[in-house]
Ligand binder design. Structure first.
Ligand SMILES: NC(=O)c1ccc[n+]([C@@H]2O[C@H](COP(=O)([O-])OP(=O)(O)OC[C@H]3O[C@@H](n4cnc5c(N)ncnc54)[C@H](OP(=O)(O)O)[C@@H]3O)[C@@H](O)[C@H]2O)c1
Length: 426
């Protein structure tokens, strides 16, 4: 069983290596946190992997994949305490086969994954179901902070992660504003939360992030009715949309996931500052690692891929958070972003294939309640009172892609976003 469990380990390590690396820096780039895991490398020096590098000729596959990994980092990860023996990174280890099996590597890897899955299922049927579910569930927010008298706004809280975040924060006594585009769905969610938590201060307001007119009306209405805003959770999102545009002509992923929340935050910022201490939480994704900000074709008119468009918009969330945190220093308002994990929600609704896969493998995904833990953690954890500009996953600091740590890129995206939205935000 132990050997079999080891076989199933690589797939988790692959995700874990990206999601949990504790590169915990303040906005000036200095590391401020520590944990039992070590970062894989300094900012901007993430090892490049070139499996087809000609200079390595016919070296065994294992060598070819490890040779590019900087020596200092290999040393960091060798030694008895290293979780990844032989000086390889977890990403590299899954391809670590003897050279005579080089051609078979993809098939061997697939076999490993299948064997791992079978073992997990077998283990589940033998009574370790609970252990496995806890493993999949990931980090849990253990804070017992109460939010009586606090006002919280969550976008896209009529379903999925947003709804579970709203439920948790309502349970803590907050006045929760559910900002959603479908009032009927929003009311149904609010009714359920009010009934379950006994908190009658759960209110639904109409907000369509794909229309700047709706965002402005929503903000105007909110500011007229509410005096304070202590927690803003920019959660709503779309994924895998066929090419389409928002009412203002922005590509849908960029328009809803980034520009919509950018404008909303701009319109509510004075209120947040006046309510300080306040927090802004941007729900990004591990997918930001695959993102690029393609300034020459931001609206995807020349080249569009629905998967990449999502990644680009999630990178924009990370960069927005970084620049926002820098600008908010000293105001008492913090801004952090996060990856909720792989969650069984309606996010993949635009793809039949992904919906089928999500359903088939739902056992291996977090439930929306589990997926809401990091959002709740960023919103309430006492230890994050003055932490800003960071990225979290499973309720702890996580590794941000080099693009996501690029301050120049963050500033440029900020300026371009202001131009697109016709706002001046200094
Ligand atoms: N699920 C995952 O595995 C995963 C992984 C990483 C990151 N995330 C992020 O987590 C966040 C929440 O996703 P989820 O998994 O909970 O997905 P979900 O169940 O599909 O929820 C998305 C929410 O966003 C709302 N929304 C979409 N377009 C909107 C618009 N134009 N205006 C206002 N609201 C809009 C949806 O409203 P309707 O119900 O009316 O469509 C829904 O309430 C997203 O930002 C997503 O990128 C999710």
């Amino acid at each position: 069983m132990a050997a079999a469990a080891a076989v199933s380990r690589p797939s988790r390590l692959l995700l874990g290596s990206q999601a949990h690396r504790p590169l915990f820096t303040n906005t000036s780039g200095t590391r401020v946190g520590a944990s039992s895991c070590r970062p894989l490398g300094p900012p901007g020096r993430v090892p490049s992997i070139a499996p087809d590098d000609q200079s390595l000729g016919t070296a065994p596959l294992a060598t070819r994949f490890t040779a590019q990994f900087p020596t200092a980092l290999r040393e960091q990860h060798s030694g008895s305490e290293s979780p990844f023996p032989n000086g390889t990174s977890p990403v590299l280890r899954i391809r670590h086969y003897p050279c005579h099996l080089e051609r078979e590597a993809p098939r061997l890897h697939a076999a490993h994954c299948m064997l791992g899955s079978v073992v997990l299922l077998w283990g589940g049927s033998r009574g370790s179901h609970g252990t496995f579910r806890r493993y999949v569930a990931g980090g849990v927010c253990k804070s017992t902070t109460k939010l009586n008298g606090k006002v919280v706004m969550i976008t896209g809280a009529n379903t999925g992660i947003g709804k579970e975040t709203a439920r948790d924060l309502a349970q803590r006594g907050a006045r929760v504003i559910i900002a959603c585009r479908d009032m009927a769905k929003g009311e149904a969610a609010a009714c359920e939360i009010r009934a379950e938590t006994g908190n009658q201060q759960v209110i639904v307001k109409k907000l369509d992030l794909a229309d700047t007119k709706s965002i402005r009306e929503f903000a105007e209405n909110f500011l007229a009715e509410e005096k304070e805003l202590h927690i803003l959770i920019n959660n709503a999102g779309v994924m895998l949309c066929p090419y389409s545009k928002t009412a203002d002509g922005f590509e849908m992923h960029l328009g809803v996931n980034h520009l919509g929340h950018f404008l909303l935050t701009f319109l509510l910022l004075e209120c947040l500052k006046q309510s300080a201490p306040a927090r802004i939480v941007n729900v990004s994704s591990l997918a930001h690692h695959g993102g690029r900000i393609r300034f020459h074709d931001l609206q995807g008119e020349k080249c569009y891929n629905w998967g990449l468009a999502y990644c680009h918009s999630k990178l924009a969330n990370v960069l927005f958070t970084r620049e926002l945190a820098r600008r908010l220093q000293g105001t008492g308002v913090t801004a952090n972003s996060l990856h909720p994990g792989s969650v069984y929600s309606e996010l993949v609704r635009h793809s039949i294939l992904m919906s089928l896969l999500w359903k088939t493998f739902s056992f291996f995904l977090k439930t929306p309640r589990e997926g809401a833990q990091t959002s709740v953690y960023c919103a309430v954890a006492e230890e994050l009172e003055s932490v800003t500009g960071q990225y979290f996953s499973d309720c702890r600091p996580a590794y941000v892609s080099p693009q996501g740590r690029n301050d120049e890129l963050a500033k440029k995206l900020w300026n371009v976003s202001c131009e697109l939205l016709g706002i001046q935000w200094d």
